[in-house]
Design a protein around this ligand. Structure first.
Ligand code: NAI
Length: 712
């Protein structure tokens, strides 16, 4: 017998309370067994004649209900259409009972209330929010390639209005308690400790004025909206969706269509339509891929970075960042934003002052106004110490070096600093290319040294590579992992090696783009192949963003490490020679001499690339796509052979959050599994003449022979 999640108590002799508290879990989720429990409680409560109200509560601080049990979703991915419809109907009918009980029902929402949790709350007569900072209300199902299937698309427009509901369901973003209240979702927002008392009062008010009965009636019928309003809403919402999804994510469109169509139906018929439409999305390749991304992030949250043993991370309460440039100021801001004190230093006074200003602007960035928040800047300022005093920054728990990418400069900083650091202080480098073991060569305590590689721009990129040098200790790794999570990132632990993980996989793809160019493919076609695969930008534009000089330099590192398969093209040095360094100089492959700094085709490029074009021919979209992504995939199999990462899932998480690999493909290795190793071996055959970089690796051949998958 499993322990119960829902317990019944009486707040007053005629007011029942059902409290959710999933045993041994941090959050309440709606699994099949919890739905069974709820059904049993409702059976019993429905029979009672002594009740005036039922209140739903949670015993988890800051969390009401976090949604459906996604592990059960994954187990049901292959089920028949009828079964999906039955799953939806079951939730709709069960929750629907809350709007028919012989007494008023109230959801007392004390924190996160999303997905299935928001649907349960939507079926209650009334909702109340606590002002808990964590409180959020929303329908994030589109992020999993689905839409709400337990009546969410039916209740939301009836309670909050069709326009608001469409925005919530198709966008998938949660609302704060305050915004949800303003939208009409809740009767009030009250302090956390007064939530139950307020819910009891609300039951009493409704018991007297009986308004909930009017709403029950109103919310059972179709929505009051004219054909013209409906047409206008449909056209504007669908334009927004197209812009956001680029046609690669079907769920928001399906949600919109369903909601527009069902608005003319009564609630029962609308529920049936919702279930039928959900059955088309559930189990689709995009749904499976997005569920995989969810589990990749969930797995990362639980990963300590160390396998097979318990290693306690050290607390990090203060950090020094050396180098106040692009990366240093971004890293400092990520710390300050989370309340960690930072000492920032730089060899140049001017860079330090400029970097300091950037830190506060970045740390106080307001997502709604898309700019710095002056009040927040003042609050955060005491956490930032701009200093050149080595004693001050030597006292930190962690020192992150982010100065220029130069081995000698970095090593001389360490040599001067190391003897002044506390016995437990960890020293880390943000280097993107220099091997960690090499950097640690002259350190007295290489066990306290590792790579903590943030990505640019730090505010937006969630990935951090934690790189283990030959002598790095487990405690240093565990501390770096816990620290990176503390500043809101997904850390992946890896062994040292050229390009670490993400850059190592990026280079074969970028190099192939240049090769294609030299074989006569058009820039436009190359970019299109990459973007239609789902990348946020094409490889040629990415060159311009990274900086072509930087790409040449980093490419050299890769060439030296892997001369068998990395081509050193003469085109990129020629671009550098012509001072076409990319966006930073206003010109690279594209020109950026326009008001908005957007990439524009530049006629003068032809002259520079002409001597490097070996032939001219047309490429099909499919050929271009395979030429770009198969080398990346093959390199990933080499990364596994070299044991750079501990699990293929780390590759997928790294590429999605470090490079923007399309989430709807589930990750590079997940995508490869959908094709199958044997099929990929076949797909490589036409490219045999290109040599080692397109040859199947030992691992791939073994997997093809054994019919194995990367995801075990
Ligand atoms: P940057 O050029 O913007 O900043 C470097 C800063 O270091 C400058 O302000 C400079 O004055 C300072 N500096 C130079 N020598 C110093 C010394 N001896 N002591 C103290 N400060 C010194 O460079 P960026 O882009 O921030 O890169 C820093 C590090 O981060 C490099 O190792 C780079 O490879 C790595 N990185 C860069 C990324 C990028 O996209 N820019 C991405 C990830 C890592």
């Amino acid at each position: 017998m499993t322990a119960e999640t829902i317990s019944l108590s009486m707040a007053e002799p005629d007011i029942a309370v059902l409290t959710f508290d999933t045993p041994k879990k941090g959050a309440n989720v709606l699994s099949n067994s919890v739905l069974d429990e709820l059904a049993r409680h409702l059976d019993a409560l429905e029979q009672r004649t002594d009740l005036s109200g039922l209140i739903f509560c949670s015993a988890k601080p800051g969390i009401f209900i976090a949604g459906a049990d996604l592990r059960e979703f994954v187990q049901s991915l292959g089920v028949a259409r009828e079964q999906v419809i039955a799953m939806c109907r079951r939730g709709q009918v069960l929750f629907g009972r809350l709007a028919k009980m012989p007494f008023v029902t109230v959801a007392a929402i004390n924190g996160i209330c999303v997905g299935g949790g928001a649907e349960l709350a939507s079926w209650c007569d009334r909702r109340l929010f606590s002002n808990n900072r964590k409180a959020e209300f929303g329908f994030p199902e589109v992020k999993l390639g689905l839409f709400p299937g337990w009546g969410g698309t039916v209740r939301a427009p009836r309670i909050a209005g069709l326009g608001n509901a469409v925005e919530m369901v198709t966008g998938g973003e949660s609302l704060s308690a305050e915004t949800a209240y303003k939208m009409g979702w809740a009767s009030d927002v009250v302090p956390d400790d007064q939530l139950l008392a307020a819910a009891i009062r609300l039951v009493r008010t409704e018991q007297t004025n009986q308004e909930y009965l009017n709403d029950r009636k109103r919310w059972t019928g179709p929505i009051l909206i004219t054909e013209t309003e409906l047409g206008f809403l449909g056209a504007t919402a669908s334009a927004v969706i197209r812009q956001q999804t680029k046609g690669q994510y079907p769920a928001p469109d399906a949600a919109l269509e369903t909601m527009l169509e069902s608005s003319l139906l009564d609630a029962d018929a609308a529920c049936e339509l919702e279930a039928a439409r959900m059955a088309k999305l559930f189990g689709s390749p995009v749904n499976a891929a997005l569920l995989n991304v969810f589990f990749l992030t969930d797995r990362n949250k639980k990963d300590t970075g160390i396998d097979g043993k318990q290693v306690e991370p050290r607390p990090i309460n203060s950090v020094t960042v050396i180098g106040a440039g692009i990366m240093g100021s971004g890293i400092a801001a990520a710390n300050v934003k989370r309340g960690i004190a930072v000492a920032l230093t730089d060899a140049s006074h001017e860079s330090l002052v400029k970097g300091g200003r950037n830190v506060l602007e970045e740390a106080s960035f307001d997502r709604e106004t898309k700019g710095p928040n002056a009040q927040r800047m003042l609050e955060l300022a005491p956490l930032l110490n701009l200093t050149t005093s080595e004693q001050e920054f030597a006292a930190s728990d962690l020192v992150i070096e982010a100065v220029v990418e130069n081995e000698k400069v970095k090593q001389s900083i360490y040599a001067q600093l190391e003897s002044q650091l506390g016995p437990d202080t960890i020293l880390a480098s943000n280097t993107s290319t220099i091997p960690i073991t090499k950097l640690a060569a002259s350190l007295k305590r290489p066990d306290k040294f590792c790579g903590i590689h943030f990505f640019n721009p730090v505010r937006r990129m969630k990935l951090v590579e934690v790189i283990r040098g030959e002598k790095t200790s487990d405690e240093t790794i565990a501390t770096a992992v816990a620290y990176a999570k503390g500043v809101g990132k997904f850390p992946i632990v890896m062994n040292d090696g050229p390009g670490f993980l993400v850059n190592r996989l990026l280079f074969p793809y970028m190099h192939e783009a240049v090769e294609l160019l030299c074989e006569g493919a058009e820039i436009k076609a190359i970019e299109r192949a990459s973007k239609s695969f789902g990348m946020p930008m094409g490889p040629i534009e990415l060159y311009d963003l990274v900086g072509i000089d930087t790409a040449v330099y980093a490419g050299q590192t890769m060439f030296e490490a892997f001369p068998d398969r990395v081509i050193s093209s003469a085109l990129l040095p020629a671009m550098v020679q012509a001072n076409r360094l990319g966006k930073k100089t206003g010109r690279g492959f594209y020109s950026y001499d326009n008001k908005k700094g957007r990439p524009e085709v530049d006629a003068s490029l032809a002259e520079i690339i002409a001597p490097h074009i070996r032939k001219q021919r047309d490429f099909s979209l499919d050929e271009l796509t395979m030429r770009l992504f198969l080398p990346m995939f093959l390199e990933a199999t080499r990364v596994l052979e070299d044991e750079i990462v501990r699990d293929p899932r780390d590759i997928d998480l790294g590429l999605i959050f470090g490079l923007g690999f399309p989430p709807f493909k589930g990750g590079l290795m997940f995508w490869a599994d959908t094709l199958g190793a044997a099929t990929i071996v076949e797909m490589l055959k036409p490219f045999e003449s290109l040599g080692d970089r397109m040859s199947p690796t030992k691992l791939l051949l073994e997997m093809a022979a054994g019919g194995e998958k990367f995801y075990k």
